[in-house]
Design a protein around this ligand. Sequence first.
Ligand code: TLP
Length: 351
Amino acid sequence: MPFPTVPIDLRSDTVTRPTAAMRRAMAEAEVGDDQYGEDPTVNRLEERAAELMGKEAAVFVASGTMGNLVALLAHCGRGDEAILGDESHIFWYESGGAAALGGIPFNLRPTSGLGRLDPDDVADQIRAVRPGYPRTGVVCIENTHNRCGGTVLPLDVLRELTGVARERGVPVHMDGARIFNAAAALGVPASTIAAEVDTVQFCLSKGLAAPVGSLVAGDAPFVEAARQGRKIVGGAMRQAGVIAAAGLVALEEMVDRLSEDHARARRLAEGLAEIPGVNVDLETVQTNIVIFRPPAGLDSATVIEGMATQGIRISNYGLRGLRMVTHYEIDDDAVDRALEAAASVMAPIHA
Ligand code: TLP
């Protein structure tokens, strides 16, 4: 598709390219064979991740999808059920991997507009031990919540939910692909959030701009099982220090700037809300994601195409509308240009 200028890519915070510091660190990384536990850079990244999450251990995996998959495989045997939200990334965008490879049925629960599960409902759904019932292996939550617009779970809401699972002896896994965005929004360290769950997956390749990689953290036996799962899915690597090095830079240098992305997303959302007929729920704009609906009569594909011809790329979120995500390659000028393009593409038509 031809762009008049360098495109402003708001489709996702996954589109970022590694920073100069990351490229340098990758070139200079000290490496070894990770399957012998001998890659010092991977080892450092795993130790740092465990420390930041306040967990005993962590394992480096290729993607967020792989991280969630190995976590579910570690929590559930074949036929054990995972309770998760009907708007969760694991359900929508991970190719049903846990069911395909682990024989793990999904018990999908309704998700509120703010990305929350109802603790009473989850409590009801946790199975009693009885022949014929599947065992409940895990409850999964997502924070920030992608399809709900990057919403954050307040700590008391999180505690109430994990409380009901813990009372019944069921572990809670957090898809924390963007846990550092949640932490920035709440003004707490990521470990304060992770302390409320048993296991957590987070991504280096979303707002933190690393090219590859996610980490799965939890207690040592869980991480050992996740490591075994990583091997099963073909994800155990060798001199992976070359990519882990970029991850270490991401954790060192890219976390503290996330609130800039949040401020720009807010400005985008407020600007969009001023365009007549555009529907954006400002309450959901809590981090770096903005989901909005175009004015009635204007379909999403037309808006995407109109924006693209002005050099602005955004993504289609189906029934939820359209999505824009801010990240470190989006500056104030990019926000202005995106809003100008949105205003012209979605301008009311005067007879
Ligand atoms: N999300 C991507 C797309 O898959 C939709 C995006 O552009 O936002 N959990 C959450 C909450 C995510 O948002 C994502 C990526 C993942 C897991 C999966 O991570 P990857 O893409 O590394 O497998």
